[in-house]
Design a protein around this ligand. Structure first.
Ligand SMILES: C[S@@+](CC[C@H](N)C(=O)[O-])C[C@H]1O[C@@H](n2cnc3c(N)ncnc32)[C@H](O)[C@@H]1O
Length: 301
């Protein structure tokens, strides 16, 4: 049963009806980020860390959902439009960390089975093989999206390989098992806030720590009840430590179970999460409430 949490700001008579939770410096809106983002003032967010629904993978069970487009080009242009709204609300020195994985064309299958680990709603169809591709082709989605965002005005600053040492085994015998996804770092401007120090890597003994490399080895972590891949907190931690100073505001317009909120709060950053489904927003609230002792509460303004 979903229970709306009474936010401390409810004393404010002008409380936004879509504001589901506001405490510990974290605001959660149950809303469609395609619409909600336009309501924030410019220069509001320092960085955005997000993982959108993947194309043709999971049915979140609402109209006109991102990821259910029949053509891959429409999926990409929907994401570009949404992230343009994100850019409009970022500070001029702001950044955007986009996590996205790749996919294969359907090879003739017409539906997608629920995945064994997360028995969520699977898509009831598989999109047609995109024009120019063949059955079994790797689509190259991350790079298609990265180039489209670059063409839309973002500065593409780094591709990061998120290597998953504990990746799911695959039964394939004609290619290597996929063990990675991408994180792309974009900036709004030529010069931007990026703090390399807190994410430096250990060096060999006796040498100073070295600049973080572009391959991150981080295990995936399951989360009971979520019907999609949840961010590992360590991945989000690296993005936030480099992308936002203490007290700055982090955005996740695809908030899901709220990993970005949990990590932002633990690192003393503020966070705005937008999530379409109230049941996921409620999971996020539970995680945030459980992870942070009240004593650490940080006022939002
Ligand atoms: C891949 S999951 C994100 C998981 C998240 N990173 C976590 O750690 O839990 C994508 C989420 O985006 C939400 N979503 C999809 N389209 C949305 C939209 N237009 N506005 C807001 N949320 C949306 C889905 O309901 C889902 O919870």
């Amino acid at each position: 049963m979903v229970s709306a949490v009474q936010a401390p700001v409810t004393a404010n008579a002008f409380r936004d009806p879509e504001l589901y939770y506001s405490d510990h410096g974290v605001e959660i809106y149950v809303a469609d980020s395609r619409k909600k983002l336009s309501e924030f003032p410019p220069n509001h967010f320092q960085t955005c860390v997000s993982s959108p629904p993947y194309w043709g993978l999971r049915d979140y069970d609402y109209e006109n959902q991102i990821g259910a487009e029949e053509q891959v080009e429409d999926y990409i242009s929907d994401l570009v439009a949404l992230f343009r709204n994100v850019r409009d609300k970022l500070r001029e020195d702001g950044t955007f960390w986009l996590n996205i994985g790749d996919a294969y064309t359907s090879g003739g299958r017409t539906w997608r089975a629920p995945d064994k680990k997360n028995a969520g709603r699977a898509m009831s169809y598989r999109p047609d093989t995109p024009k120019g591709l063949k059955p079994k082709d790797l689509i190259g989605l991350p790079w298609r999206i990265a180039f489209a965002l670059q063409a839309d005005g973002w500065f593409l600053r780094s591709d990061i390989i998120w290597n998953k040492p504990n990746c799911q085994p695959e039964s394939v015998k004609d290619r290597p098992t996929r063990a990675h996804e991408y994180v792309f770092l974009f900036s709004k401007s030529l010069r931007y806030f990026y703090d390399p120090e807190p994410i430096q890597e250990d060096s060999i003994i006796g040498h100073a720590p070295k600049n973080r490399r572009s391959v991150w080895n981080i295990n995936t972590e399951g989360f009971k009840g979520a019907h999609f891949a949840v961010f590992p907190p360590k991945l989000v931690e690296l993005c936030i430590l480099a992308g936002a100073p203490k007290g700055a505001t982090v955005l996740d317009p695809f908030f899901g179970t709220g990993t970005v909120g949990v990590v932002s709060r633990a690192l003393m950053r503020k966070c705005v999460g937008i999530e379409m489904k109230p049941e996921y927003a409620e999971m996020a609230v539970q995680r945030i409430e459980e992870s942070i002792p009240k004593a650490y509460s940080l006022p939002l303004s």
